[in-house]
Design a protein around this ligand. Structure first.
Ligand code: TXA
Ligand code: MG
Length: 329
């Protein structure tokens, strides 16, 4: 399949393709998404093929606002959901609600709920407007790979597999949206993301956070994810002594290491170093791009140094937990 690159000034080409049931990858403020008309089940089915995504992993629908959400809601919005969208939309928050039967089963993977968010990115918004329907869009990577935060990353994974990619800039947030289940009381955190759980709690009070055991609530969270080709070792520590000890250990095991670490971590000179920056927001912004960049050097192992459970730092830890072959504390 030939992949056409669409420049943002020619977005009507992309809207037209989406209206015809074709796939278009486009930027959002979190990561690039692979979009289809969210009310066209056949088009949505194509997303699974292009990404090699397991069929039981439902998609997020992208709308402009509350009124777009009401169009696909199966019942009155729960009060907590109203409060959350009032506070955080448009932006990186996805709410899971009871679905209207209008939403194709391909989007919901057979569940009676649907995940919905209103992106803030102008290109995503213009596409939703141009199509006149919600857009189904998972992250625009091949299933299992790090999510794409740049056009180049989308192209690397999907060139030849999708008909259109919109060429926007690097995404701002860098990790995906926070997903919350609003059908439970209190609401349940299904996936930490661009909006910290502390900020949600300020608005709704209690947020349930299921622990590792128990049934998987967001089907997508059960697979190994976000993974580079090289084995990824996560050093979960902020102690200079512990980090140094693990690095020298890993060096003798793997030889040369590719290292991704916060600015504050002192490292000996090495060719393969990327930085996560000074704080959690920069770490989220840089995480996936840096992992892809290091992986391109074909190192024997990628070592990521990170410890952070607050705000968007929790999302970074969650993605590392899914990507890592080994975690050391
Ligand atoms: O930031 C984002 O959310 C990006 C951009 C493109 O908007 N999209 C994204 O989609 O990350 P995806 O498909 O990679 O992740 C969707 C997550 C998965 O973990 C999936 O299992 C969960 O949302 N999900 C979708 N529908 C659900 C539902 N009805 N109930 C529970 N979890 C659901
Ligand atoms: Mg994804």
């Amino acid at each position: 399949m030939h992949t056409t690159i669409v420049m943002p000034e020619h977005l009507e080409v992309a809207s037209e393709a989406l209206r015809r049931g074709l796939l278009v990858a486009f930027p959002t403020e979190t990561v690039y998404g692979l979009g289809a008309d969210g009310l066209n089940g056949v088009a949505c089915q194509d997303i699974f093929r292009a990404k090699r995504r397991p069929q039981d992993n439902p998609l997020i629908l992208h709308v402009l606002d509350r009124s777009g959400l009401l169009d696909i809601a199966g019942e009155k919005l729960p009060t907590q959901c109203e409060k959350l969208i009032q506070a955080f939309w448009p932006g990186p928050l996805t709410v899971v609600i009871k679905s209207s039967p209008r939403v194709p089963k391909e989007v919901r993977a057979g569940l009676d709920t649907v995940a919905v968010r209103a992106p803030s990115h102008p290109i995503a918004r213009r596409l939703i407007e141009g199509v006149g329907h919600p857009l189904a869009a998972p992250s625009a990577n091949l299933s299992g790979r790090p999510s794409p935060t740049t056009f180049d990353a989308v192209f690397e994974d999907l060139n030849g597999r999708v008909p259109y990619i919109v060429k926007g800039s690097a995404t701002q947030v860098g990790v995906e949206s926070t997903v919350v289940d609003c059908t439970t009381d209190p609401i349940t955190l299904l996936r930490p993301g661009g909006i910290g759980v502390e900020r949600l709690a300020e608005v709704v009070g209690d947020v349930a956070q299921p622990q590792g055991d128990g049934p998987v609530r967001a089907p997508g969270m059960k697979y190994r994810h976000y993974a580079p080709q090289a084995p990824l070792v996560w050093i979960h520590s902020d102690s200079p002594v512990v980090i140094k000890h693990h690095l020298s250990d890993l060096q003798s095991r793997y030889g040369r290491l590719a290292i991704l670490a916060p600015d504050s971590v002192e490292l000996a000179q090495s060719e393969w170093v990327e930085r996560l920056g000074p704080d959690a927001a920069s770490a989220a912004h840089r995480l996936f791009g840096a992992i892809r960049a290091l992986d391109a050097q074909k190192p024997p192992a990628i070592v990521v140094v990170w410890k952070g459970m607050r705000d968007v730092g929790l999302a970074v830890s969650n993605r590392l937990a899914k990507a890592a072959s080994i975690k050391v504390d």
